[in-house]
Design a protein around this ligand. Structure first.
Ligand code: RBF
Length: 162
């Protein structure tokens, strides 16, 4: 089996067609150089897999901590099939890093179960800006792309719910 360098090297044939999917992308404004690149990766990947531009809604929130509320607002529309959440938290001197990462990961998990729809965790949590760049279109791929692929696969799975 071929060794995966990163999950952005996915096989397009395994991704469901998204032509009747409605997807929200919720993106944090902190570290915009990174989050803009994640957004671009997610958006382009959804288009490549048939999602119609009119069915992609982009919501901006101030920081990663607000991703959960932003996704909840997006999913308050019952026609919205999934929310892809994108943000970047760089580890600093303070414990804010841990608080934000913990709150977002718990928040998104709980929201997905509450709304019974996929909520995708596309939050980069890196030691420095260099690592963030490598994961938003650099040598470790683009986590926005991976978030979009995950959303398409999870919507397909969710539509099999009894
Ligand atoms: N938001 C991010 O998306 N990435 C960060 O790296 C980040 N660092 C923060 C550091 C501190 C000390 C504080 C107070 C906030 C930070 N935020 C960051 C913003 C946070 O996600 C949220 O928008 C604010 O705390 C307001 O709820």
């Amino acid at each position: 089996m071929q060794k995966k360098v990163n999950l952005s090297d996915y096989n397009p044939a395994t991704v469901p067609d998204g032509s009747d999917y409605r997807i929200a992308i919720v993106v944090a404004e902190w570290n915009p150089e990174i989050t803009d690149a994640l957004l671009q990766g997610a958006y382009d990947t959804l288009l490549q897999h048939g999602v119609q531009e009119a069915n992609i809604k982009v919501l901006h929130v101030p920081g990663s901590y607000e991703l959960t509320t932003g996704a909840d607002i997006a999913l308050s529309d019952p026609r919205c099939d999934a929310a892809i959440c994108l943000g970047c938290v760089i580890q600093g001197e303070t414990r804010h890093f841990d608080f934000i990462c913990e709150a977002v990961s718990q928040g998104l998990t709980n929201l997905s179960l509450k709304r019974e729809r996929p909520v995708i965790f596309g939050l980069l949590t890196t030691n420095d800006m260099q690592q963030a760049r490598e994961r938003s279109g650099g040598k470790h791929g683009n986590k926005g792309t991976e978030g979009a692929v995950t959303a398409l696969k999870m919507i397909h799975l969710n539509r099999q719910r009894q």
